[in-house]
Design a protein around this ligand. Sequence first.
Ligand SMILES: Nc1ncnc2c1ncn2[C@@H]1O[C@H](COP(=O)(O)OP(=O)(O)OP(=O)(O)O)[C@@H](O)[C@H]1O
Ligand SMILES: [Mg+2]
Length: 478
Amino acid sequence: MMKSPTGDMFAGVGSIVATLMFVWAMFQQFFPSQLRNQIEKHTQRFVNFVYPYIQITFHEFTGERLMRSEAYSAIENYLSSNTSSQAKRLKADIGKNNQSLVLSMDDHEEVADVFNGTKLWWASGKNTFKSQAVSFHQTTDEKRYYKLIFHKRHRDLIIGQYLNHVLKEGSAIKVRNRQRKLYTNNGSYWSHVVFQHPATFQTLAMEPEKKMEIIEDLVTFSKAEEFYARIGRAWKRGYLLYGPPGTGKSTMIAAMANLLGYDLYDLELTAVKDNNELRRLLIETSSKSIIVIEDIDCSIDLTGQRKKKKEQKEEGQEKADQKQKQGTEEKESRSSQITLSGLLNFIDGIWSACGGERLIVFTTNYVEKLDPALIRKGRMDKHIELSYCSFEGFKVLAKNYLNIESHYLFGKIGELLKETKITPADVAEHLMPKNASGDAEFHLNTLIQALELAKEEAKVKSEQEEKKEMLSAKATSD
Ligand SMILES: Nc1ncnc2c1ncn2[C@@H]1O[C@H](COP(=O)(O)OP(=O)(O)OP(=O)(O)O)[C@@H](O)[C@H]1O
Ligand SMILES: [Mg+2]
């Protein structure tokens, strides 16, 4: 059978069409990506030419387990404290202690920042995805990010110094804003509660110069990481607060924690079994913390042996329960001894082993009872005496409690304070409002009465002592 030319022709056309279609398919399959690459390459070049900026994106969640990125939260803190005044749309959130509002820039906002004279921009944004998970509620995932935009000329400065600065500053702000904790050792373990003591240096009754000196010392310490590294010393500082009961030692520790934003570890030595346990407790403390050992003279005695504070105090009560507990407790208390040398070794040694800044604060009512080895400089770097209320101290309390800065009775009170020993705690007690009227004059007058009474008592006491001395002198001469 002969083939028709048309048939032939058609067959030819058919194959051409098939070939073309094949080529087209190939073209479609391979070219777009090649083409895209090409286009991208050229546009990138073009964009680089007319748009010489670099962008870096910091995503909120990173990694496989989608951890919240440290960098993102540091940037968030940095921006909310440094540039939120520029942003027109802000997000608000409740800050620490549920009291203050924290403002940060809202999505799709842009703010500028200047670093060493170089301007750069931060933009916030979010990508929204429909969730893949099967759920009755349709959920959408939002992925937030910050984008840093800067001129490529400043690449080194921004990627090096500036980002470092942002991350450091951001983490410092986070520390300042976080909820702080008060740890107490329950035997050999720390347990914690939220630390919310309102004491500040501002409300602490003390001579202004002395107060400033302490604040400066603390702030210098908290910023001295490089200094301590350079001189090869562990980043720690010891304070010894001493003075009669009710002069503000514990209050000052709370003020220190509030000033620096540190956690507090209230170490009860009498509850610690032995040196090993003490070591473990100290190792478990975190950096940026204050370790407090109150009434050091009651916890450790000069020979280095632990006193049984509780048993001394509540002897009567204890006797009743004693029979029950005897078996186990006696064994325990015999083996539970923290020695002075053990404690000193930790103060000297342990800190070097764990990084981060730590303050250790000892308090005592009887500084003269302490072993000089415990309080020599280097161990306790700074000795702070808290003493009876001075006129300056009284003025702070009057401002705190009565909200007054001057009053015609102040002169008289100033005179009386010079002649009497009264603790800030006692002064505070007299200024405490006891009824709704809150009358300043009434409170100042009760304080004056109390001061006069104390003065009288002191006089009687000194007279009695004088008499006694005279009598004993007479007895010896006879
Ligand atoms: N310097 C001070 N400034 C302001 N308030 C003070 C001061 N000293 C004492 N107070 C008030 O008196 C109360 C008791 O003070 P605080 O517990 O700080 O004394 P302390 O020195 O630690 O006494 P102790 O030696 O008994 O532990 C506090 O609640 C505080 O309100
Ligand atoms: Mg105290």
